[in-house]
Design a binder for this molecule. Structure first.
Ligand code: NAD
Length: 349
């Protein structure tokens, strides 16, 4: 049963397929009986049109005040997507609107549980991986510089503070959810200092968590392992860029990016979004797979303490996929977003 509490949650429809899949996810969450007071806030192209900025103060204030948001994907144009946020004492420029939202909200972990489902064709039926991606640093801090007309540099920053924090979060998550192993992905054989420090932090944190196995793997070998022996990976801790890339790889081997949910976790604010992007190639056609955002919604419910409702959403998704009768085109079917959403609502206990 849902609790009696009413939760305030900001919903950001986002760009591309965002409005279609957020509408679907809101419908499913409402159908659980959990009481949610939704507060819509704009970011991305809709915010640029209304406020002249893709991440206006009013949206940041709403997300900070509620502490919880359900977010659709936002377009991040290649090469021109930098976003500047003005504070009283300084202006900060971020490499993209998504990066800006995470960092302005104090997000440090991006958690993506990605699994294969009965009913969805995948050569890897044993995939059940949680990607734990550090999102405050690495090469995505956006420190780039032209050193001359034909030479561009980027800085990769790894700190003990951020690395310890993501490994601690991963081990605590593993302990809480009954997972048995934490694997660090890195390239410490080449990036001796930066990835070397990341790996050392993993080893140091692991020493305080008996009962959970720790191992590590070079990121190139990790790609091979994910497609050859996915069952050997449980919780996977990665610096920002490798986490970004391997999330899509895992979504692909699960059968579709449309099945990969995500949570952005911070001390004060957490927001929940699919791993995939705005999919402009299919936007407005009513064929986007809403499951990744619906499963992100289940993570949101669990975060709010609505554990039983979260489990019911996950079971409804698994039931519909197992039946394999109502699949969107990315899963090999012909169903529309609305059909799949209706089927999931119908399967909710
Ligand atoms: P994408 O994830 O949007 O799409 C990759 C492919 O997967 C496309 O063929 C798309 O149609 C398909 N796809 C993705 N989600 C799907 C779904 N739910 N149902 C069915 N098919 C789906 O990646 P991209 O094309 O590289 O990026 C598009 C835009 O989204 C870019 O501007 C990018 O920067 C942005 N993006 C945003 C986020 C975010 O908001 N967190 C994440 C990744 C990319």
């Amino acid at each position: 049963m849902a609790t009696d509490q009413t939760h305030t949650v900001v919903v950001i429809p986002g760009d591309g397929i965002g409005p279609e899949i957020t509408e679907a996810a809101v419908r499913v969450l409402e159908a659980t009986g959990v009481r949610i007071a939704w507060r819509e806030a704009l970011a991305g192209e809709a915010a640029r049109e209304r406020y002249g900025h893709p991440l206006p103060d009013v949206t940041l204030a709403a997300v900070r005040a509620a502490g919880v948001a359900l977010k659709g994907p936002l377009l991040a144009p290649k090469q021109t997507g930098r976003v500047t946020i003005c504070h009283e004492d300084a202006e900060i420029t971020y490499p993209s609107v998504n990066n800006a939202l995470r960092r302005e909200c104090g997000i440090f972990a991006n958690v993506r549980p990605i699994r294969s489902f009965d009913g969805v064709p995948s050569p890897f039926p044993a995939l059940d991986v949680v990607i734990m991606r550090e999102v405050t640093e690495d090469i995505y801090i956006g420190w780039e510089e032209m050193k001359g007309p034909g030479e561009a540099w980027a800085i990769k920053r790894i700190t003990r503070r951020a690395s310890d924090r993501i490994f601690r979060h991963a081990f605590e998550y593993a302990r809480r959810t009954g997972r048995k192993k934490v694997t660090a992905g890195h390239k410490a054989n080449v990036l001796n200092l930066t990835d070397g420090l990341f790996l050392q932090c993993g080893r140091d944190v692991a020493a305080g968590f008996s009962g959970i196995v720790f191992d590590d793997c070079m990121v190139d070998a990790l790609c091979l392992r994910l497609v050859k022996q996915p069952e050997t990976i449980d919780v996977l801790v990665l610096p920002n860029q490798y986490g970004d890339i391997l999330s899509d790889l895992c979504g692909g081997i699960a059968g579709s990016l449309g099945l990969a949910p995500g949570a952005n976790i911070g001390e004060q604010v957490s927001f929940f979004e699919a791993s995939h992007g705005a999919a402009p190639d299919i936007a407005g056609q009513g064929v986007a797979n809403p499951i990744a955002l619906i499963l992100s919604g289940a993570m949101l419910l669990a975060h709010l303490g609505e554990i039983e409702a979260a489990q019911r959403v996950r079971e409804a998704v698994a039931t519909v996929l197992r039946g394999a009768r109502c699949l969107t085109p990315d899963l090999g079917g012909r169903a529309r977003t609305a059909d799949l959403t209706r089927a999931i609502v119908g399967a909710l206990r």
